[in-house]
Each structure stands twice: as C-alpha cells, then as structure tokens.
Design a protein around this ligand. Structure first.
Ligand SMILES: [Zn+2]
Length: 231
C-alpha cells in the first residue's frame, strides 16, 4: 500500500520512536524497534490454566483464568513502555498493546465465552488529573478484538486508598475492598467477566474488585493485566 504524503510530513515533525527505548524505529506499523520487539518479556501465561498469575490468587478469588502480557522488571523494556504511556501521555500505545494481546487471547480456549470486559476504575480525581484511565483504554482495545463490550463504569472506586505501605496483605485487602462497589449490577450480574488492570503487584486491587463481582454474583471471573511484577 502506498504511504500517503501526509504520513511523511507528520514523520518529519513527529519521527516514529520506539515505545520502549525511545530511539528512532523503522517506518513500519509496529510500536517497537526490532531490538526491543525481540527482547519483549512476554509471559505466555495466557496459554496455561494454571500459571504464576492464577497461583497468586489461589485461595483468594475463584478465577477461571488469569494472565499478564509482560513481565515487569525495573529498568526493563516493560517499565520503559509504561513510562512512555504515563509520562508522555500516549494512550494510543495501550490501544496497540491491548489489541495485540486481545488477539493472543482469542487463540486460546481459556478465554472463550467472555460476555463483558470490566476495567479497574481509577478514583475520579486521579482520572481527571490524568485525563484517562489506562486500564479502561487497555480493556476497550481487548473488547474490540474479542467483540465484547467494555464497561468502564461497571465498578466504582468510592474512596481514595489510604497509604498502604507497611500494612500486611490482609489489612490492605480490607482497606481497599471498601473502595469498590458494583455501580451497574445489570451489566455484570450472571455474566462471564474479564477484569483488566494495568499492572499486577500485590493483587489487592484486583482481588477486591473480584470480590465485589463475586458477591453479586458474576457467572465467572477472568483477569488480565498489561504487566506483572515478580509473583
Ligand atoms: Zn526500542
């Protein structure tokens, strides 16, 4: 397909940069340069019913499936990608990553039969400051590829989290669990829900969202995140 002349013009003004290392990348469709693409730390979790992600939630939430797209390590490619998204205000990078991962998920039977995608909500103050919720952008892209609706308002974060540093895991869960309510029960009741978030660290946030959905109840809960730390 011939490249349109205005593409060349915008490339002069905004040269295509790799979403991870920030260096110039070839003028193709991908968001990463070839070096970063080859070193992308994909987990492959989505192909396995039991994996470090699902084990992380064992005994905490009834999960039908769970996976992260990328491993997160300090100073690594995933951190640089998330940094670009957050600080250079590039939500379109999340859309690309979400569609990419959504396609991978549709290749595995573990992810069949999802009715609705539900992103973990940001507190409205944070969302107003940032302008968008990256989990919602990620979820919308996955939903588009899977042909299922994404409802960013199904859950509601009702309070600011207190500082969680120094708290034990159970205390954290209790502190955060009071922060999520199902705001639109009709959208999720008896539905097969895919809960999405940006990064899995302790899992406390995802756990409390899942508990709110389980109590409704939702028919089943699966989870995905863009990245995960050490599990
Ligand atoms: Zn690169």
């Amino acid at each position: 397909m011939p490249v349109k002349w205005w593409t060349h013009i915008t490339d002069l003004i905004y040269p295509p940069l790799c979403a991870s290392c920030g260096l110039l990348r070839p003028l193709d469709q991908h968001i990463f340069c070839l070096d970063c693409l080859h070193q992308l730390p994909e987990t492959g979790f989505h192909m396995h019913a039991e994996n470090p992600f699902t084990m992380h939630f064992k005994g905490r939430v009834r999960l039908r499936a769970g996976a992260s797209f990328l491993f997160f390590s300090r100073g690594g490619g995933t951190q640089r990608l998330l940094h670009q998204i957050k600080y250079n205000n590039q939500p379109e990078l999340i859309t690309t990553v979400g569609k990419w991962y959504g396609k991978q998920l549709t290749g595995s039977t573990l992810w069949e039969g999802i009715d609705v995608v539900v992103p973990v909500p940001l507190h409205w103050k944070k969302q107003r400051k940032r302008g968008y919720n990256q989990s919602a952008v990620f979820g919308a892209a996955i939903g588009e590829v899977m042909h299922v609706p994404c409802h960013p308002n199904a859950l509601l974060r009702v309070t600011h989290d207190r500082s969680l540093t120094g708290m034990k895991r159970l205390e954290r869960v209790e502190t955060i669990s009071s922060s999520f309510v199902v705001a639109k029960p009709a959208l999720v009741r008896n539905k097969h829900v895919l809960l999405v978030d940006d990064v899995l660290t302790t899992g406390a946030t995802l756990e409390s969202c899942a508990i709110a959905l389980q109590n409704l109840p939702a028919a089943s809960i699966r989870m995905v995140t863009i990245a995960c730390g050490e599990l």
